[in-house]
Design a protein around this ligand. Sequence first.
Ligand SMILES: [Zn+2]
Ligand SMILES: [Zn+2]
Length: 120
Amino acid sequence: MRQTLNEAQRDGRTHPRCGRCGIIWRQSGNRTGHCSGCHRTFDSLEAFDKHQVIPETGRVVCRDPAEVKRGDGSPVFESRIRDGVTYWGIPMSDAWRATLAGMRPSAGDAVALEGLPGAG
Ligand SMILES: [Zn+2]
Ligand SMILES: [Zn+2]
């Protein structure tokens, strides 16, 4: 399905487009964020905040979500690709669970999410 931005706007949903990298993403409330620094798309404010660090120099630095690990070496971020756009989220957060639930066709999968092996 090919859809121009104008058509996307006309159908009543919010499809913001980045003027720099040209990505069009699905905005979910105020959760979704597209970084103007690294041009990655994040599906929660928590994820967005965590990909950035502010060193003592005071300038925000973007980290590659794929490189960010917890103390035990497990990845902090998880990516999902939807309509060709990669969304980064925090797997264990409620926002990310809601995202996954919204992407799955059947609600039954939500049960499996409850059984995720506990971290730590
Ligand atoms: Zn960034
Ligand atoms: Zn961009």
